[in-house]
Ligand binder design. Structure first.
Ligand SMILES: NC(=O)c1ccc[n+]([C@@H]2O[C@H](COP(=O)([O-])OP(=O)(O)OC[C@H]3O[C@@H](n4cnc5c(N)ncnc54)[C@H](O)[C@@H]3O)[C@@H](O)[C@H]2O)c1
Length: 226
Protein backbone atom coordinates (compact mmCIF):
# COMPACT_ATOMS: atom_id res chain seq x y z
CA UNK A 1 0.00 0.00 0.00
CA UNK A 2 1.15 3.47 -0.11
CA UNK A 3 3.89 1.74 1.72
CA UNK A 4 6.64 3.85 0.28
CA UNK A 5 5.31 6.96 1.92
CA UNK A 6 3.54 5.76 5.04
CA UNK A 7 3.10 2.17 5.91
CA UNK A 8 0.88 1.78 8.89
CA UNK A 9 1.65 -1.90 9.04
CA UNK A 10 -2.01 -2.72 9.19
CA UNK A 11 -3.65 -0.61 6.56
CA UNK A 12 -6.90 0.17 4.91
CA UNK A 13 -7.34 2.56 2.07
CA UNK A 14 -4.77 5.29 1.89
CA UNK A 15 -4.09 7.85 -0.73
CA UNK A 16 -1.54 10.56 -0.76
CA UNK A 17 -0.57 13.61 -2.64
CA UNK A 18 2.45 15.36 -3.90
CA UNK A 19 1.14 18.82 -4.58
CA UNK A 20 4.50 20.11 -5.68
CA UNK A 21 4.56 17.56 -8.48
CA UNK A 22 1.25 18.92 -9.68
CA UNK A 23 -0.21 15.60 -8.71
CA UNK A 24 -3.40 15.02 -6.89
CA UNK A 25 -2.96 13.83 -3.33
CA UNK A 26 -2.09 10.28 -2.54
CA UNK A 27 -4.70 8.16 -0.82
CA UNK A 28 -4.95 5.12 1.30
CA UNK A 29 -8.25 3.31 1.47
CA UNK A 30 -9.19 1.65 4.71
CA UNK A 31 -5.98 2.68 6.31
CA UNK A 32 -5.58 1.13 9.63
CA UNK A 33 -3.71 0.73 12.05
CA UNK A 34 -1.03 -1.37 13.51
CA UNK A 35 0.91 1.82 13.82
CA UNK A 36 2.31 0.79 17.17
CA UNK A 37 4.32 -1.93 15.52
CA UNK A 38 5.62 0.37 12.81
CA UNK A 39 9.10 1.77 13.11
CA UNK A 40 9.76 5.40 12.26
CA UNK A 41 11.86 4.32 9.28
CA UNK A 42 8.80 2.67 7.75
CA UNK A 43 6.98 5.98 7.95
CA UNK A 44 9.52 7.87 5.87
CA UNK A 45 7.52 9.64 3.17
CA UNK A 46 8.22 10.41 -0.40
CA UNK A 47 10.06 13.69 -0.03
CA UNK A 48 7.48 15.81 -1.82
CA UNK A 49 4.41 14.15 -0.44
CA UNK A 50 2.10 16.77 1.01
CA UNK A 51 -1.20 15.06 1.78
CA UNK A 52 -2.32 11.54 2.56
CA UNK A 53 -5.99 10.67 2.72
CA UNK A 54 -7.04 7.90 5.06
CA UNK A 55 -10.35 6.11 4.80
CA UNK A 56 -11.67 3.22 6.87
CA UNK A 57 -15.25 2.05 7.06
CA UNK A 58 -14.72 2.01 10.82
CA UNK A 59 -14.32 5.74 11.33
CA UNK A 60 -12.75 5.25 14.75
CA UNK A 61 -9.95 3.26 13.15
CA UNK A 62 -9.13 6.08 10.74
CA UNK A 63 -9.21 8.58 13.63
CA UNK A 64 -6.87 6.41 15.68
CA UNK A 65 -4.39 6.11 12.83
CA UNK A 66 -4.38 9.84 12.18
CA UNK A 67 -4.05 10.67 15.89
CA UNK A 68 -1.15 8.31 16.29
CA UNK A 69 0.80 9.22 13.18
CA UNK A 70 0.14 12.89 12.48
CA UNK A 71 2.81 14.22 14.83
CA UNK A 72 5.38 11.85 13.36
CA UNK A 73 4.99 12.42 9.62
CA UNK A 74 5.83 15.55 7.63
CA UNK A 75 2.70 15.43 5.49
CA UNK A 76 -0.92 16.15 6.33
CA UNK A 77 -3.19 13.22 7.08
CA UNK A 78 -6.77 13.86 6.02
CA UNK A 79 -9.70 11.66 6.93
CA UNK A 80 -11.48 10.73 3.72
CA UNK A 81 -15.26 10.99 3.68
CA UNK A 82 -15.87 8.10 1.30
CA UNK A 83 -14.03 5.75 -1.06
CA UNK A 84 -15.38 7.80 -3.96
CA UNK A 85 -14.08 11.11 -2.58
CA UNK A 86 -10.67 9.61 -1.82
CA UNK A 87 -10.39 7.87 -5.18
CA UNK A 88 -11.22 11.06 -7.04
CA UNK A 89 -8.83 13.16 -4.92
CA UNK A 90 -5.62 11.23 -5.21
CA UNK A 91 -2.86 10.31 -7.57
CA UNK A 92 -1.71 7.14 -5.85
CA UNK A 93 -4.13 4.82 -4.11
CA UNK A 94 -3.54 1.84 -1.89
CA UNK A 95 -5.94 -0.50 -0.14
CA UNK A 96 -5.44 -3.09 2.58
CA UNK A 97 -8.85 -4.12 3.79
CA UNK A 98 -9.78 -7.76 3.59
CA UNK A 99 -9.13 -10.57 1.11
CA UNK A 100 -12.25 -12.37 -0.10
CA UNK A 101 -12.87 -14.69 -3.02
CA UNK A 102 -15.78 -12.62 -4.23
CA UNK A 103 -14.73 -9.02 -4.89
CA UNK A 104 -16.50 -6.30 -2.90
CA UNK A 105 -15.88 -3.88 -5.76
CA UNK A 106 -15.97 -0.95 -3.33
CA UNK A 107 -14.15 1.34 -5.76
CA UNK A 108 -16.05 1.71 -9.00
CA UNK A 109 -14.37 1.85 -12.36
CA UNK A 110 -15.92 5.21 -13.20
CA UNK A 111 -14.26 6.87 -10.17
CA UNK A 112 -10.78 5.96 -11.39
CA UNK A 113 -9.00 8.20 -13.84
CA UNK A 114 -6.07 8.23 -16.22
CA UNK A 115 -2.65 8.56 -14.69
CA UNK A 116 -3.47 7.09 -11.31
CA UNK A 117 -1.37 4.40 -9.68
CA UNK A 118 -3.29 1.80 -7.68
CA UNK A 119 -1.54 -0.46 -5.20
CA UNK A 120 -3.90 -3.05 -3.73
CA UNK A 121 -2.56 -5.12 -0.84
CA UNK A 122 -5.86 -6.98 -0.68
CA UNK A 123 -5.64 -8.86 -3.96
CA UNK A 124 -8.89 -8.59 -5.89
CA UNK A 125 -11.28 -7.56 -3.15
CA UNK A 126 -11.56 -3.80 -2.92
CA UNK A 127 -11.50 -2.74 -6.55
CA UNK A 128 -13.96 -3.36 -9.35
CA UNK A 129 -12.25 -6.17 -11.32
CA UNK A 130 -12.83 -4.18 -14.49
CA UNK A 131 -10.26 -1.64 -13.27
CA UNK A 132 -7.47 -4.20 -13.73
CA UNK A 133 -8.79 -5.04 -17.20
CA UNK A 134 -8.92 -1.43 -18.27
CA UNK A 135 -5.56 -0.46 -16.76
CA UNK A 136 -2.71 0.46 -19.05
CA UNK A 137 -0.65 -2.07 -17.15
CA UNK A 138 -1.57 -4.65 -14.53
CA UNK A 139 1.67 -5.54 -12.80
CA UNK A 140 1.97 -8.10 -9.99
CA UNK A 141 4.77 -9.10 -7.67
CA UNK A 142 4.44 -12.78 -8.58
CA UNK A 143 2.53 -14.11 -11.58
CA UNK A 144 2.79 -17.64 -10.17
CA UNK A 145 1.25 -16.57 -6.86
CA UNK A 146 -1.58 -14.64 -8.49
CA UNK A 147 -2.34 -17.63 -10.74
CA UNK A 148 -2.40 -19.83 -7.65
CA UNK A 149 -4.95 -17.51 -6.02
CA UNK A 150 -7.00 -17.71 -9.22
CA UNK A 151 -6.91 -21.53 -9.09
CA UNK A 152 -8.09 -21.34 -5.46
CA UNK A 153 -11.19 -19.40 -6.52
CA UNK A 154 -10.12 -15.80 -6.13
CA UNK A 155 -10.56 -13.65 -9.24
CA UNK A 156 -13.86 -15.40 -10.09
CA UNK A 157 -14.04 -13.48 -13.38
CA UNK A 158 -10.47 -14.54 -14.18
CA UNK A 159 -7.17 -12.76 -13.77
CA UNK A 160 -6.76 -9.69 -15.95
CA UNK A 161 -3.89 -9.84 -18.46
CA UNK A 162 -0.63 -9.26 -16.59
CA UNK A 163 1.98 -6.94 -18.11
CA UNK A 164 4.86 -8.14 -15.97
CA UNK A 165 6.19 -8.49 -12.47
CA UNK A 166 7.18 -5.68 -10.13
CA UNK A 167 10.72 -7.06 -9.99
CA UNK A 168 10.99 -6.98 -13.77
CA UNK A 169 10.00 -3.33 -13.79
CA UNK A 170 12.48 -2.50 -11.03
CA UNK A 171 15.22 -4.36 -12.91
CA UNK A 172 14.43 -2.52 -16.14
CA UNK A 173 13.49 -5.74 -17.95
CA UNK A 174 9.88 -4.66 -18.51
CA UNK A 175 8.55 -1.12 -18.80
CA UNK A 176 6.66 0.46 -15.94
CA UNK A 177 4.75 3.67 -16.49
CA UNK A 178 5.38 4.86 -20.03
CA UNK A 179 3.26 8.00 -20.06
CA UNK A 180 1.57 10.28 -17.56
CA UNK A 181 -1.95 9.24 -18.54
CA UNK A 182 -1.38 5.55 -18.09
CA UNK A 183 -3.47 3.85 -15.39
CA UNK A 184 -1.19 1.51 -13.46
CA UNK A 185 -2.46 -1.23 -11.17
CA UNK A 186 0.30 -2.92 -9.19
CA UNK A 187 -0.73 -5.80 -6.92
CA UNK A 188 1.92 -6.87 -4.44
CA UNK A 189 0.49 -9.63 -2.33
CA UNK A 190 3.78 -10.47 -0.69
CA UNK A 191 6.58 -12.92 -1.37
CA UNK A 192 8.72 -14.83 1.12
CA UNK A 193 11.85 -13.45 -0.53
CA UNK A 194 10.79 -9.94 0.55
CA UNK A 195 10.25 -11.08 4.15
CA UNK A 196 13.69 -12.68 4.19
CA UNK A 197 15.30 -9.55 2.74
CA UNK A 198 13.58 -7.26 5.24
CA UNK A 199 14.49 -9.68 8.03
CA UNK A 200 18.13 -9.46 7.01
CA UNK A 201 17.99 -5.66 6.93
CA UNK A 202 16.45 -5.59 10.43
CA UNK A 203 19.10 -7.99 11.68
CA UNK A 204 21.92 -5.92 10.19
CA UNK A 205 20.51 -2.74 11.68
CA UNK A 206 20.14 -4.36 15.10
CA UNK A 207 23.79 -5.41 14.98
CA UNK A 208 24.93 -1.97 13.80
CA UNK A 209 22.98 -0.16 16.52
CA UNK A 210 23.57 -2.83 19.17
CA UNK A 211 19.88 -3.12 19.87
CA UNK A 212 17.70 -6.15 20.31
CA UNK A 213 18.09 -9.27 22.36
CA UNK A 214 20.43 -12.05 21.41
CA UNK A 215 18.69 -15.40 21.74
CA UNK A 216 20.66 -18.52 22.45
CA UNK A 217 19.17 -20.93 19.94
CA UNK A 218 21.53 -23.81 20.73
CA UNK A 219 19.60 -26.65 22.27
CA UNK A 220 20.27 -26.99 25.96
CA UNK A 221 21.62 -30.40 27.04
CA UNK A 222 18.25 -31.04 28.69
CA UNK A 223 16.34 -30.53 25.40
CA UNK A 224 18.93 -31.91 23.02
CA UNK A 225 17.93 -35.06 21.22
CA UNK A 226 20.28 -37.93 21.79
N1 LIG B 1 0.04 -7.59 0.29
C1 LIG B 1 0.67 -7.76 1.42
O1 LIG B 1 1.88 -7.91 1.43
C2 LIG B 1 -0.11 -7.78 2.68
C3 LIG B 1 0.56 -7.80 3.89
C4 LIG B 1 -0.20 -7.77 5.05
C5 LIG B 1 -1.57 -7.74 4.96
N2 LIG B 1 -2.17 -7.78 3.76
C6 LIG B 1 -3.60 -7.73 3.61
O2 LIG B 1 -3.98 -6.41 3.92
C7 LIG B 1 -5.27 -6.45 4.47
C8 LIG B 1 -5.27 -5.69 5.76
O3 LIG B 1 -4.51 -6.37 6.73
P1 LIG B 1 -4.45 -5.82 8.19
O4 LIG B 1 -3.65 -6.76 8.97
O5 LIG B 1 -4.09 -4.38 8.16
O6 LIG B 1 -5.97 -5.97 8.61
P2 LIG B 1 -6.77 -5.15 9.69
O7 LIG B 1 -8.01 -5.95 9.91
O8 LIG B 1 -5.90 -4.80 10.85
O9 LIG B 1 -7.13 -3.77 8.97
C9 LIG B 1 -8.00 -3.74 7.88
C10 LIG B 1 -8.82 -2.47 8.01
O10 LIG B 1 -9.61 -2.39 6.85
C11 LIG B 1 -10.85 -1.88 7.22
N3 LIG B 1 -11.83 -2.30 6.24
C12 LIG B 1 -12.31 -3.54 6.02
N4 LIG B 1 -13.18 -3.54 5.02
C13 LIG B 1 -13.24 -2.26 4.58
C14 LIG B 1 -13.99 -1.62 3.57
N5 LIG B 1 -14.84 -2.28 2.79
N6 LIG B 1 -13.83 -0.29 3.41
C15 LIG B 1 -12.99 0.40 4.20
N7 LIG B 1 -12.26 -0.16 5.18
C16 LIG B 1 -12.39 -1.47 5.37
C17 LIG B 1 -11.14 -2.46 8.59
O11 LIG B 1 -12.07 -1.68 9.30
C18 LIG B 1 -9.76 -2.48 9.22
O12 LIG B 1 -9.54 -1.33 10.01
C19 LIG B 1 -5.68 -7.89 4.60
O13 LIG B 1 -6.46 -8.22 3.50
C20 LIG B 1 -4.37 -8.60 4.56
O14 LIG B 1 -4.51 -9.90 4.05
C21 LIG B 1 -1.47 -7.77 2.62
Amino acid sequence: MGDRYANPGGHGFVCGGAASWGLRPLACLAAVCRAKSTSSTQRRPLPELKKVYVYDNREAAADALIDELQTEVPFTLIKGKSPEEVTKSCEVLSSATIILKDPLSVVKKEWVSAGQTILPCDLNTFWDPEIARSAGKYIVDSIEEHELFEQMGYFPAGLAPIAGETGEVLAGVKPGREHADELILNSNIGMAVCDVTVGRAIYDRALATETGTLLNLKPSPRNARS
